[in-house]
Design a protein around this ligand. Structure first.
Ligand code: SAM
Length: 274
């Protein structure tokens, strides 16, 4: 059944409630209440459409529908039942919260991956990345992008974490938020689930006793990464089959979480990414 064709609306006032409501999507509270999030720029909107995400609202600068690529995105939005909203450039800047916004902004419904699929072999790369209480949106976006680049199956956010659908994270993913499933789980639910599968849990720890270049990453496996300040919790470290360390020669106390995760993902996928 085809979706009901969407509509085109034009807003001229900066104080229009629609403009206020879209701008409020920068706030976690409003994202939680609506289940929506923002992605800025035509390139991200294109990635989303190509990955079969539905644009709920395509916000574009007045006059920009003359551009072929934007008109195409608008046509696809309407065909899928979404709304195309034309606004003055100043309203776009207000919604995007920046002085020089892109001419297009997409509003999407949040999607979370399922913990049930983690560790279950189904012919993919068989590699997942679990993040213990990650706090930094830029780190999270970078990790999602790196997981996408290496064709990891998905991410699991363990415990209270930053929001994968915040504007900062979405921007840092460079579109990979539309490709990589992100699941959420409490610590004990994650451990119980992982232990019930055949997945090997490869934890990372500054005092790990296995060099990360010598660890066993045969799929299915889950890389378990620690919190930026506190590292891996004792419960998670205790649940891991191996605790690996990335050697450091200088005086840095540790590596940045996103850098450490990138090294781990690429080491785990080394054989597949030649
Ligand atoms: N003060 C924290 C600690 O004592 O663990 C440092 C955490 S570090 C900034 C964040 C995470 O990155 C760590 O929990 C671990 O997952 C990973 N990490 C950073 N450097 C690492 C290294 N040299 N070896 C293994 N994992 C590392």
């Amino acid at each position: 059944m085809s979706a009901k064709a969407g509509t085109v609306k034009t807003v001229t006032s900066l104080t229009n409630p629609l403009v206020k409501s879209l701008r409020a999507l920068h706030l976690k509270k409003h994202r939680d209440e609506t289940g929506l999030f923002l992605a800025e720029g035509l390139q991200l909107v294109r990635y989303a459409i190509d990955a079969n995400w539905t644009v709920e609202t395509l916000v574009c600068a007045a006059g920009s529908l003359d551009q072929r690529a934007i008109a195409d995105a608008a046509a696809q939005t309407k065909a899928a039942g979404g709304t195309v909203l034309q606004v003055p450039a100043a309203a776009l800047a207000k919604i995007a919260r920046r002085d020089n916004p892109q001419t297009v902004l997409g509003v999407f419904r949040q999607r979370f991956g399922s913990l049930a699929k983690v560790g279950e072999p189904h012919g993919g790369s068989g590699l997942w990345v679990a993040l213990d209480r990650i706090r930094d949106p830029g780190n999270l976006g970078t990790i999602i992008r790196t997981a996408d680049a290496a064709d990891a199956e998905g991410l699991i956010l363990i415990g209270e974490s930053c929001d994968p659908f915040s504007s900062e994270t979405v921007r840092a993913t460079m579109g990979s938020i539309f490709h990589v499933p992100v699941a959420r789980a409490g610590e004990s639910d994650f451990i119980d689930h992982a232990k019930a599968t055949s997945a090997r849990l490869v934890g990372t720890h500054l005092t790990g006793d296995v060099d990360y270049r010598k660890a066993d990453y045969r799929p299915p496996s889950v890389l378990v990464m620690g919190n930026e300040q506190k590292g891996l919790s004792d419960a998670l470290a205790g649940a891991c089959d191996q605790l690996v360390c990335i050697p450091m020669a200088g005086r840095a106390e540790s590596l940045n979480l996103a850098v450490a995760t990138g090294l781990m993902i690429y080491e785990a996928r080394r054989g597949a990414l030649i």
